[in-house]
Design a protein around this ligand. Structure first.
Ligand code: ATP
Ligand code: MG
Length: 355
């Protein structure tokens, strides 16, 4: 589908969806978070090829990805050597002590476990690499491994305005002035209670379950109540307060107390997953012009997976195409990539010593 079918999308529209643009205004209704400015050297490190972790704040290799100690009789070979004071020097491995210290402090202030993202995207395609196979991070190293391994993070860093319909000429920056690391307090969210909402010309035209691959029977029976809770939240908390007329936002409803939480804003664009809708139908949907309360607007309502047979039957894990080649995965023999990488580095070090 061509981007020209969408309502116009400008750099400003995309910027309005970046976390630090909307968080101050919606702080009361979203998850507690911290915003940390990313130094340019760290952006350069993220843009470099290869998954390797910086030294920790004490200047030592990160415990989850130790650099091999090769035979140091020849100091010119390998990263490890003794420096003039007899201490260890790790050659070209990057080192961001202040940035890491700041991250450690912010993780602590958020309760010790965080969900990371950049200006727009989380590294959700890289969770399989983490030791716990989730985006739950406890240390800077956990965060760096995810950021370095994610195609979504690369997209934020290289072409965040790709779907804009305005022509980006030489005077328009292709990337934002600055990047931010967003740390959000970790919550064990139940996927069945996450919803994606589509707003066109300030009208909530469609809502669907975010986990579009699974059937949750209770969603079918409580669809009407959920839809009205989401519409009320839209009218009370979002309508007229967000910079774009057309956008997509994500919600979480706490199953126990039915409280609604805002999770994220996304552009009304091809790069946002339309889940149980198609972009064709969302674009073609004619926003009613009648006067009256917005909550009565006849949108397409809340769409859920309504039978077990409608759920995703591919058994393909989410974001499977963002992963490594299959032969590398086979070779890893069921380990996470962090374990596999460590094993591989040890094997390489052993073979270097033998030679
Ligand atoms: N604070 C949190 N604690 C635990 N899990 C979270 C947290 N925030 C988000 N998640 C989970 O991560 C998923 C993705 O989060 P989020 O929408 O912020 O990422 P995103 O990269 O913007 O996704 P998308 O590209 O789909 O818009 C959410 O659906 C939710 O399941
Ligand atoms: Mg998002």
């Amino acid at each position: 589908m061509s981007t020209s079918a969408f309502p116009p999308l400008t750099v400003d529209h995309v910027m309005n969806c970046s976390f630090s643009s909307w968080y101050p205004k919606f702080r009361r209704v979203t998850l507690k978070s911290e915003i940390i400015a990313i130094p340019p050297e760290f952006i350069a490190y993220l843009n470099e090829d290869g998954v390797f972790l910086p030294l920790d704040s004490n200047g030592m290799p990160q415990p989850s990805y130790e650099t091999p100690k090769v035979d140091d009789s020849d100091d010119d070979n390998g990263d490890f050597s003794e420096d003039e004071e007899g201490g260890e020097s790790w050659g070209s491995i990057p080192h961001f002590p202040e940035f890491q210290e700041l991250i450690t402090q912010r993780i602590e202030s958020l309760g010790g476990e965080v969900f990371p993202k950049l200006n727009w995207s989380s590294p959700k395609d890289a969770s399989w690499m983490a030791l716990g196979q989730t985006l739950k991070c406890k240390t800077p190293a956990d965060i760096f491994l995810l950021l370095k391994s994610s195609d979504f993070i690369t997209h934020d860093l290289t072409c965040p305005f790709e779907a804009c319909t305005e022509t980006l000429d030489a005077s328009t920056k292709q990337t934002p002035e600055s990047y931010e690391l967003i740390l959000r307090k970790w919550y064990d969210l139940h996927p069945s209670m996450e919803f994606r909402c589509f707003v066109k010309d300030n009208v909530l035209i469609g809502i669907c379950q975010r986990d579009h691959l699974n059937f949750y029977p209770f969603l079918v029976t409580s669809r009407v109540q959920l839809e009205s809770a989401i519409k009320a939240f839209y009218v009370d908390e979002i309508l007229g307060k967000f910079g774009n007329n057309s956008f997509v936002f994500d919600l979480y409803i706490n199953k126990n107390n039915q409280k609604v939480w805002l999770i994220d804003f996304n552009p009304f664009s091809i790069n946002t997953d339309s889940l149980l809708f198609t972009w064709d139908e969302l674009i073609a949907f004619e926003v009613p012009t009648q006067e009256g309360p917005v909550e009565n607007c006849a949108g397409m309502g809340l769409r859920v997976v309504s039978t077990p047979s409608d759920s995703g039957l591919t058994y393909q894990p989410m974001y499977a195409t963002n992963r490594m080649p299959k032969d590398a995965v086979d070779l890893s023999d069921g380990q996470t990539l962090a374990e596999f990488a460590q094993q591989l580095t040890e094997e390489v070090a052993r073979s270097m010593i033998k030679e």
